[in-house]
Design a protein around this ligand. Structure first.
Ligand SMILES: Nc1ncnc2c1ncn2[C@@H]1O[C@H](COP(=O)(O)OP(=O)(O)O)[C@@H](O)[C@H]1O
Ligand SMILES: Nc1ccn([C@@H]2O[C@H](COP(=O)(O)O)[C@@H](O)[C@H]2O)c(=O)n1
Length: 230
Protein backbone atom coordinates (compact mmCIF):
# COMPACT_ATOMS: atom_id res chain seq x y z
CA UNK A 1 0.00 0.00 0.00
CA UNK A 2 1.30 3.49 -0.86
CA UNK A 3 0.85 5.89 2.07
CA UNK A 4 0.73 9.71 2.11
CA UNK A 5 4.18 9.56 3.74
CA UNK A 6 5.48 7.50 0.80
CA UNK A 7 4.04 10.01 -1.65
CA UNK A 8 5.62 12.94 0.23
CA UNK A 9 8.96 11.14 0.28
CA UNK A 10 8.64 10.45 -3.44
CA UNK A 11 7.78 14.04 -4.39
CA UNK A 12 10.68 15.23 -2.20
CA UNK A 13 12.99 12.88 -4.10
CA UNK A 14 11.66 14.04 -7.47
CA UNK A 15 12.32 17.70 -6.63
CA UNK A 16 15.08 18.85 -8.91
CA UNK A 17 14.77 15.84 -11.18
CA UNK A 18 14.68 17.06 -14.73
CA UNK A 19 13.28 14.18 -16.73
CA UNK A 20 9.96 15.88 -17.40
CA UNK A 21 11.36 19.27 -18.44
CA UNK A 22 14.74 18.49 -20.00
CA UNK A 23 15.49 16.31 -23.02
CA UNK A 24 18.67 15.14 -21.31
CA UNK A 25 18.84 12.40 -18.67
CA UNK A 26 21.82 12.49 -16.33
CA UNK A 27 22.87 9.22 -14.66
CA UNK A 28 25.34 9.39 -11.74
CA UNK A 29 27.52 6.39 -10.90
CA UNK A 30 29.12 6.80 -7.46
CA UNK A 31 30.92 4.56 -4.97
CA UNK A 32 34.31 3.93 -3.39
CA UNK A 33 37.59 4.31 -5.23
CA UNK A 34 38.18 1.19 -7.38
CA UNK A 35 34.63 -0.06 -6.80
CA UNK A 36 34.16 -0.42 -10.56
CA UNK A 37 32.50 2.91 -11.48
CA UNK A 38 34.58 3.50 -14.63
CA UNK A 39 34.30 -0.13 -15.72
CA UNK A 40 30.51 -0.05 -15.24
CA UNK A 41 30.09 3.25 -17.14
CA UNK A 42 32.43 2.27 -19.97
CA UNK A 43 30.84 -1.18 -20.35
CA UNK A 44 27.35 0.36 -20.65
CA UNK A 45 28.72 3.00 -23.04
CA UNK A 46 30.67 0.67 -25.35
CA UNK A 47 27.97 -2.00 -25.54
CA UNK A 48 25.33 0.60 -26.42
CA UNK A 49 27.56 2.45 -28.87
CA UNK A 50 28.19 -0.85 -30.67
CA UNK A 51 24.46 -1.45 -30.84
CA UNK A 52 23.08 2.06 -31.47
CA UNK A 53 25.97 4.33 -32.49
CA UNK A 54 27.72 7.03 -30.45
CA UNK A 55 25.35 9.99 -30.87
CA UNK A 56 23.05 9.61 -27.89
CA UNK A 57 25.40 8.96 -24.94
CA UNK A 58 28.29 10.78 -23.29
CA UNK A 59 30.42 10.18 -20.18
CA UNK A 60 31.86 12.77 -17.77
CA UNK A 61 34.41 11.72 -15.12
CA UNK A 62 34.44 13.53 -11.78
CA UNK A 63 38.22 12.83 -11.68
CA UNK A 64 38.62 15.18 -14.67
CA UNK A 65 37.43 17.98 -12.37
CA UNK A 66 40.20 17.60 -9.77
CA UNK A 67 41.65 21.07 -9.22
CA UNK A 68 44.55 22.15 -11.37
CA UNK A 69 47.75 22.03 -9.30
CA UNK A 70 50.25 23.12 -11.94
CA UNK A 71 51.33 26.03 -9.70
CA UNK A 72 52.43 23.56 -6.97
CA UNK A 73 55.61 21.51 -6.67
CA UNK A 74 55.43 17.71 -6.99
CA UNK A 75 56.24 17.42 -3.26
CA UNK A 76 53.23 19.62 -2.44
CA UNK A 77 50.93 17.75 -4.86
CA UNK A 78 51.74 14.39 -3.27
CA UNK A 79 50.56 15.75 0.10
CA UNK A 80 47.09 16.84 -1.16
CA UNK A 81 44.03 15.08 0.24
CA UNK A 82 42.27 13.93 -2.98
CA UNK A 83 39.35 12.35 -1.14
CA UNK A 84 37.69 15.46 0.29
CA UNK A 85 35.07 17.50 -1.58
CA UNK A 86 37.33 20.60 -1.81
CA UNK A 87 39.79 18.64 -3.99
CA UNK A 88 37.27 18.88 -6.84
CA UNK A 89 36.01 21.80 -8.89
CA UNK A 90 32.40 20.67 -8.53
CA UNK A 91 31.18 24.13 -9.64
CA UNK A 92 32.71 23.53 -13.07
CA UNK A 93 31.26 20.02 -13.28
CA UNK A 94 27.82 21.41 -12.37
CA UNK A 95 28.19 24.13 -15.01
CA UNK A 96 29.15 21.55 -17.65
CA UNK A 97 26.16 19.32 -16.82
CA UNK A 98 23.86 22.34 -17.09
CA UNK A 99 25.44 23.38 -20.41
CA UNK A 100 24.96 19.87 -21.80
CA UNK A 101 21.31 20.03 -20.70
CA UNK A 102 21.03 23.26 -22.73
CA UNK A 103 22.47 21.29 -25.66
CA UNK A 104 25.78 23.17 -25.59
CA UNK A 105 29.07 21.25 -25.99
CA UNK A 106 31.67 21.49 -23.17
CA UNK A 107 35.43 21.16 -22.84
CA UNK A 108 35.97 18.50 -20.16
CA UNK A 109 39.42 18.90 -18.55
CA UNK A 110 41.86 16.00 -18.67
CA UNK A 111 43.65 14.95 -15.48
CA UNK A 112 46.83 12.98 -14.82
CA UNK A 113 46.92 10.83 -11.67
CA UNK A 114 50.68 10.51 -12.24
CA UNK A 115 51.52 14.23 -12.19
CA UNK A 116 48.52 15.09 -9.93
CA UNK A 117 47.36 17.93 -12.14
CA UNK A 118 45.41 18.85 -15.27
CA UNK A 119 46.77 18.31 -18.73
CA UNK A 120 46.94 21.21 -21.18
CA UNK A 121 44.39 19.65 -23.52
CA UNK A 122 40.71 19.20 -22.77
CA UNK A 123 38.21 16.85 -24.43
CA UNK A 124 35.22 18.23 -26.32
CA UNK A 125 32.01 16.58 -25.14
CA UNK A 126 29.01 17.06 -27.41
CA UNK A 127 25.48 17.29 -26.01
CA UNK A 128 23.76 13.89 -25.78
CA UNK A 129 20.39 12.61 -24.70
CA UNK A 130 21.96 10.53 -21.92
CA UNK A 131 24.93 11.74 -19.88
CA UNK A 132 26.64 9.30 -17.49
CA UNK A 133 28.78 10.92 -14.77
CA UNK A 134 31.03 8.74 -12.62
CA UNK A 135 32.97 9.61 -9.47
CA UNK A 136 33.50 9.04 -5.74
CA UNK A 137 31.86 12.16 -4.27
CA UNK A 138 29.07 12.92 -6.75
CA UNK A 139 26.22 12.09 -4.38
CA UNK A 140 27.72 14.09 -1.48
CA UNK A 141 27.08 17.44 -3.21
CA UNK A 142 23.50 18.74 -2.90
CA UNK A 143 23.76 20.96 -6.00
CA UNK A 144 25.05 18.09 -8.12
CA UNK A 145 22.42 15.73 -6.71
CA UNK A 146 19.72 18.05 -8.04
CA UNK A 147 21.03 17.35 -11.54
CA UNK A 148 20.93 13.56 -11.34
CA UNK A 149 17.82 11.89 -12.71
CA UNK A 150 19.12 8.43 -11.83
CA UNK A 151 21.76 7.68 -9.18
CA UNK A 152 23.65 4.38 -9.05
CA UNK A 153 25.92 3.36 -6.13
CA UNK A 154 28.58 0.68 -6.64
CA UNK A 155 28.51 -1.28 -3.38
CA UNK A 156 31.69 -3.31 -3.76
CA UNK A 157 33.27 -4.60 -0.50
CA UNK A 158 36.06 -2.29 0.65
CA UNK A 159 38.70 -5.04 0.84
CA UNK A 160 38.09 -5.88 -2.83
CA UNK A 161 38.33 -2.14 -3.69
CA UNK A 162 41.64 -1.89 -1.83
CA UNK A 163 43.15 -4.89 -3.65
CA UNK A 164 42.07 -3.46 -7.02
CA UNK A 165 43.31 0.01 -6.09
CA UNK A 166 46.76 -1.28 -5.12
CA UNK A 167 47.12 -3.11 -8.45
CA UNK A 168 45.74 -0.23 -10.53
CA UNK A 169 47.68 2.54 -8.79
CA UNK A 170 50.99 0.68 -9.11
CA UNK A 171 50.40 -0.42 -12.72
CA UNK A 172 48.64 2.66 -14.11
CA UNK A 173 49.19 5.63 -11.79
CA UNK A 174 52.94 5.34 -11.10
CA UNK A 175 52.60 4.63 -7.36
CA UNK A 176 54.57 2.44 -4.94
CA UNK A 177 52.95 -0.05 -2.54
CA UNK A 178 54.06 2.17 0.36
CA UNK A 179 52.50 5.33 -1.13
CA UNK A 180 49.22 3.53 -1.86
CA UNK A 181 48.91 2.10 1.65
CA UNK A 182 49.89 5.38 3.39
CA UNK A 183 47.41 7.40 1.31
CA UNK A 184 44.74 4.75 1.89
CA UNK A 185 45.09 4.85 5.68
CA UNK A 186 45.39 8.63 5.92
CA UNK A 187 42.76 9.79 3.43
CA UNK A 188 40.98 7.16 1.30
CA UNK A 189 39.48 4.91 4.00
CA UNK A 190 38.37 7.79 6.31
CA UNK A 191 36.73 9.54 3.33
CA UNK A 192 34.78 6.41 2.51
CA UNK A 193 33.18 6.39 5.97
CA UNK A 194 32.83 10.20 6.30
CA UNK A 195 31.52 11.03 2.82
CA UNK A 196 31.02 8.17 0.35
CA UNK A 197 29.15 5.55 2.37
CA UNK A 198 26.65 8.11 3.82
CA UNK A 199 25.86 9.24 0.25
CA UNK A 200 24.58 5.76 -0.63
CA UNK A 201 21.18 6.85 0.78
CA UNK A 202 20.70 9.02 -2.32
CA UNK A 203 21.06 6.13 -4.78
CA UNK A 204 18.14 4.76 -6.78
CA UNK A 205 20.02 1.58 -7.62
CA UNK A 206 22.68 -0.12 -5.47
CA UNK A 207 24.96 -2.44 -7.43
CA UNK A 208 26.74 -5.30 -5.67
CA UNK A 209 29.79 -7.11 -7.06
CA UNK A 210 31.15 -4.13 -9.00
CA UNK A 211 31.63 -3.22 -12.62
CA UNK A 212 30.91 -6.66 -14.05
CA UNK A 213 27.42 -7.13 -12.57
CA UNK A 214 25.69 -8.18 -15.81
CA UNK A 215 22.14 -7.75 -14.49
CA UNK A 216 22.79 -4.17 -13.30
CA UNK A 217 24.52 -3.35 -16.61
CA UNK A 218 21.50 -4.72 -18.44
CA UNK A 219 19.03 -2.70 -16.34
CA UNK A 220 20.83 0.57 -17.10
CA UNK A 221 21.24 -0.35 -20.78
CA UNK A 222 17.51 -1.09 -21.02
CA UNK A 223 16.66 2.26 -19.41
CA UNK A 224 19.02 4.13 -21.76
CA UNK A 225 17.64 2.30 -24.84
CA UNK A 226 14.16 3.36 -23.74
CA UNK A 227 15.26 7.01 -23.27
CA UNK A 228 17.00 7.09 -26.66
CA UNK A 229 13.91 5.71 -28.38
CA UNK A 230 11.63 8.45 -26.95
N1 LIG B 1 34.45 -7.02 -11.38
C1 LIG B 1 35.76 -6.82 -11.58
N2 LIG B 1 36.60 -7.85 -11.69
C2 LIG B 1 37.91 -7.66 -11.87
N3 LIG B 1 38.50 -6.44 -11.94
C3 LIG B 1 37.73 -5.38 -11.84
C4 LIG B 1 36.31 -5.49 -11.66
N4 LIG B 1 35.79 -4.24 -11.56
C5 LIG B 1 36.83 -3.39 -11.70
N5 LIG B 1 37.99 -4.07 -11.86
C6 LIG B 1 39.32 -3.50 -12.02
O1 LIG B 1 39.58 -2.75 -10.81
C7 LIG B 1 40.21 -1.51 -11.10
C8 LIG B 1 39.33 -0.38 -10.62
O2 LIG B 1 38.12 -0.38 -11.38
P1 LIG B 1 37.52 0.98 -11.90
O3 LIG B 1 36.35 0.67 -12.75
O4 LIG B 1 38.59 1.84 -12.51
O5 LIG B 1 37.05 1.60 -10.50
P2 LIG B 1 36.62 3.08 -10.11
O6 LIG B 1 36.26 3.81 -11.38
O7 LIG B 1 35.44 2.87 -9.21
O8 LIG B 1 37.78 3.69 -9.40
C9 LIG B 1 40.43 -1.47 -12.62
O9 LIG B 1 41.74 -1.91 -12.90
C10 LIG B 1 39.40 -2.47 -13.15
O10 LIG B 1 39.79 -3.05 -14.35
N1 LIG C 1 46.21 13.06 -7.94
C1 LIG C 1 45.34 12.15 -7.46
C2 LIG C 1 43.96 12.30 -7.63
C3 LIG C 1 43.13 11.33 -7.11
N2 LIG C 1 43.63 10.25 -6.47
C4 LIG C 1 42.75 9.21 -5.94
O1 LIG C 1 41.79 8.84 -6.92
C5 LIG C 1 40.63 8.33 -6.28
C6 LIG C 1 39.39 8.65 -7.10
O2 LIG C 1 39.49 8.05 -8.35
P1 LIG C 1 38.90 6.59 -8.64
O3 LIG C 1 39.12 6.41 -10.11
O4 LIG C 1 39.68 5.61 -7.81
O5 LIG C 1 37.46 6.63 -8.25
C7 LIG C 1 40.56 9.00 -4.91
O6 LIG C 1 40.32 8.03 -3.91
C8 LIG C 1 41.95 9.66 -4.73
O7 LIG C 1 42.60 9.22 -3.58
C9 LIG C 1 44.99 10.12 -6.32
O8 LIG C 1 45.46 9.14 -5.71
N3 LIG C 1 45.82 11.08 -6.83
Amino acid sequence: MVTIKDNCARSEKLKGKHTLVSKTTVIAIAGASASGKSLFASTVYHELVEELGSDGIAILAEDAYYRDQSHMTMEQRVLTNYDQPSAFEHDLLLQHIQQLRREEGVDMPQYSHTTHTRLQESIRVAPAKVIMVEGILLLTDPALRQEFDIAVFMDTPLDICLLRRIKRDIEERGRTLQSVTEQYEQYVRPAFFDHIFPSKQYADLVVTRGGQNEIAIDIIKTKIRQLLAE
